[in-house]
Design a protein around this ligand. Structure first.
Ligand code: HGY
Ligand code: MN
Ligand code: MN
Length: 415
């Protein structure tokens, strides 16, 4: 019966847990720097394990440190319903991106427990490793490996930008939650629901509380290497220089023209730009920079993305440009029973809601390859995210958790 679980969602408790988590990697400007698999990211799992133990929930971890907290159902062999997101943040991230989906799922488990509801299926909280990329520059890592879209062995060969092997970070994370039982990679799941702040301005602009995500737009990510020649800033004439910074800037301007669209559907970002040797008296011989290109239409992603290498080569000047594609995440449509259930539940709880696109990428994009998926958005202040000032209200966070709790109970009792 609707309302029992949501009535037990505790707004103050949920907010307090956000503030507890925000201490793990707190930055002086009030944000959070909790990079994937760093010590604070491990501590976040340990905190969840401790909270879960107090409620009699069990904990599991898989070979890539995806972390699960389980509330048993009456049918212990039934495929579980999962809900969760990520605990890692961008380098200058906020207090809500990712962690809200983790804590809303935990709050839902507690509310269902407090309501004394027995569900047929187990319900599990999932923490997906390295959604943001962190030191590994590879996002949605844990969820893509979980579904087999990325090979575990390939990921285990990665090193961070600090040159430390990812295997050491995974081992340290494993030790931080030594009580958790090992679990093999990938297991059948009945459904997955992810709560997340919108990270955009739409809900706030129209005064709605709940977003029912219908599409997660696609993303193509490239890394461009520009190779020139180091030289003395005082002695080499302009005509004899192979200045990688100059060529990289010409390429970047050409890419901006290539991706320009007057109706502003395209999202094109150069967020990482590394000049080497990065010394004032040296003409830089090497530059590497990232391209992040997003669009809801895979045909546009294909057409404009396939031309990137040609644009780079056409503007490389005296240097040599090479392009490596790191990710092509196709747009994912979230339709059918779960978005319908989210929408109906928001309505029955008297919460304003609307169907919408997600501009940001999420672990749900990959989990959708193995199970039915839904996403619940709540507003964030001015739509700001991937920024230390990211903010949300306790009431909105709790509203999303109330919808989530009811949806999980319903899904856990469906055959
Ligand atoms: O980049 C993204 O869309 C996600 O926030 N990591
Ligand atoms: Mn996120
Ligand atoms: Mn993010």
């Amino acid at each position: 019966m609707i309302g029992l679980a949501s009535a037990k969602v505790d707004e103050a408790r949920l907010w307090r847990r956000h503030m507890d988590m925000a201490k793990l990697g707190a930055t002086p400007k009030g944000g959070v720097r909790r990079l994937a698999l760093d010590a604070n990211d491990a501590k976040a799992r340990a905190l969840l394990l401790d909270w879960g133990r107090r409620r009699g929930f069990s904990a599991f971890i898989d070979p890539i440190a995806n972390f699960f907290i389980r509330r048993d159902g009456t049918d212990r062999h039934a495929d579980p319903v999962l809900s969760g997101s990520h605990t890692d943040t961008q380098p200058s991230g906020g207090r809500f991106d990712g962690i809200y989906g983790v804590l809303a799922a935990f709050e839902a488990l507690e509310a269902i427990e407090d309501a004394g509801i027995r569900t047929r299926r187990p319900i599990e909280l999932a923490v997906w490793t390295c959604e943001e990329g962190g030191a590994y520059l590879t996002g949605t890592m844990g969820s893509s490996v979980f579904v087999g879209a990325r090979k575990l062995d390939d990921v285990l060969r990665l090193k961070g930008t600090d040159d430390a092997p990812i295997t050491a970070a995974i081992a340290a994370t494993r030790r931080a939650v030594s009580e958790a039982a090992d679990r093999p990679l990938g297991f059948p799941i009945s459904a997955f629901v992810e709560a997340h702040i919108e990270q955009g301005p739409e809900l706030e602009a129209v005064g709605k509380t709940i977003g029912v995500v219908t599409v997660i737009q696609g993303c193509r990510r490239f890394f461009v290497e520009v190779d020139g020649e180091d030289g003395h800033a005082g002695t080499v004439k302009r005509s004899r220089r192979r200045d990688a910074f100059v060529s990289a800037c010409d390429i970047a301007h050409a890419l901006r023209r290539h991706f320009h669209d007057p109706d502003e559907i395209i999202r094109f970002t150069i967020g990482r730009f590394v000049v080497t040797p990065n010394a004032p008296a040296v003409i830089p011989g090497h530059v590497t920079f990232s391209i992040d290109f997003r669009h809801p239409d895979d045909g546009v992603l294909r057409r404009l993305g396939d031309a990137v290498a040609d644009v780079c080569r056409a503007h490389q000047g005296a240097c040599t440009a090479s392009v490596r594609e790191a990710v092509w995440a196709k747009p994912v449509e979230l339709c059918g029973a779960i978005p319908d259930l989210i929408e109906a539940t928001a309505g029955r709880l008297g919460l304003s809601h609307m169907r919408m696109l997600s501009g940001a990428g999420h672990d749900a994009m990959y989990i959708a390859q193995v199970a039915p998926v839904g996403m619940i958005f709540v507003p964030c202040e001015k739509g700001i995210s991937h920024n230390e000032v990211e903010n949300a209200t306790p009431a909105d966070l709790a509203a999303g958790a109330r919808v989530l709790a009811e949806v999980l109970v319903e899904l856990a009792d469906r055959t």
